[in-house]
Write a protein that binds this ligand. Sequence first.
Ligand SMILES: O=C(O)c1ccccc1NCC(=O)[C@H](O)[C@H](O)COP(=O)(O)O
Length: 213
Amino acid sequence: MNSPEIKICGISDPAALDAAIGARADHAGLVFFAPSPRNLALGDARALAERATGRIGKVGLFVDADDSLIADAVNATQLDALQLHGEETPERAAQLKARFGLTVWKALPIASPADVERARQYDDIADLILFDAKTPKDAALPGGMGLRFDWSLLSGYRGKARWGLAGGLTPNNVADAIAQTGAALVDTSSGVESAPGVKDVDRIAAFCKAARP
Ligand SMILES: O=C(O)c1ccccc1NCC(=O)[C@H](O)[C@H](O)COP(=O)(O)O
């Protein structure tokens, strides 16, 4: 089994951050999307980022955000990466990469082979493609809903960019997900929570141990 990088997304309190760091996760996801139960006010994000810097990667999560929101978040937290989780086009992703000079992850919602094929449009732009489960059209969130997709859809994927797997990953299924897909990174949010937006430090530890025994 390959040893993938681990991202714990939707970190919103110091105990969860310390648990991710203690479990040797590689990235902490900080959500800047108001409808999310994990959304961070800039002041809270700044405090978490100060605790994280030098100990874990800081990935800012945005959904079709304008430059000013991204700039405010970057200035407050010195993000290491931007995760674009909306309808951002390759051109928008390239524009943000040029403006902020940061690593750019593009999340793609997956439910069909055609959805996977879209990754090719970001091949020379995104530093990582994050394959995530497509959420229902009327869903409040485009991610972070604990939904899985059919991992076999990725078996034929041969893009240039590194790619990661998200969507419904838990301590109980992440080892299978890695074995089945060979993902270079695994990402979870709901799967390590006791309630939406409430991270469970024991589940964070269990997820990281299962992903990287
Ligand atoms: O986490 C959120 O609240 C969120 C809101 C809006 C867009 C994306 C969001 N999360 C992005 C992530 O990277 C999640 O970790 C990913 O979607 C997997 O979430 P889950 O299925 O809950 O593990």
